[in-house]
Design a protein around this ligand. Sequence first.
Ligand code: ZN
Length: 168
Amino acid sequence: MTRKGAKQVNMVSRQGTGLFLTAFARFEDSYMPEPNTGCWLWTRYTNKGGYGMLGIKGKAELANRLSYRFFKGDPIGQSVLHTCDVRSCVNPDHLYLGDIKQNMKDRDSRGRVQRGQTHFRAKLTEIDIQIIREAISLGFTNVSIGKYFKVKGHTISGIKFRKTWKHI
Ligand SMILES: [Zn+2]
């Protein structure tokens, strides 16, 4: 396991701000490599969806996004997805970029969304909320997001302004 040394040098030469290094040090202290799968399992707080979280400057960040940013570059405008399907994994080699629409399609094909039965009383899960928040930050409109999740635009608006789902 030579991962830390080589990648760290690469990272430091690329970006060198104090906050970044502090965040990186905390990140490096927050996972355990799993020798069989190669997954880096997050050992700190995970949200209810199973994704690792790390507080940076008082803001909760998704650990897989941080990993991608540290090792591969800023995933700005895109979702960070797992090839290993282990949500708490932060090994950058197991992460790839997909767009938010692709992410939604993947969810469908894996059967996480039951289409058709949820028109009237759509129930959102915490993973949905994460994807919704990401979609909001990417500039999707409340109506277009709402259509996808079969909820009204004002529901999305409530999530956006943290009237609901404040804890995520
Ligand atoms: Zn993994």
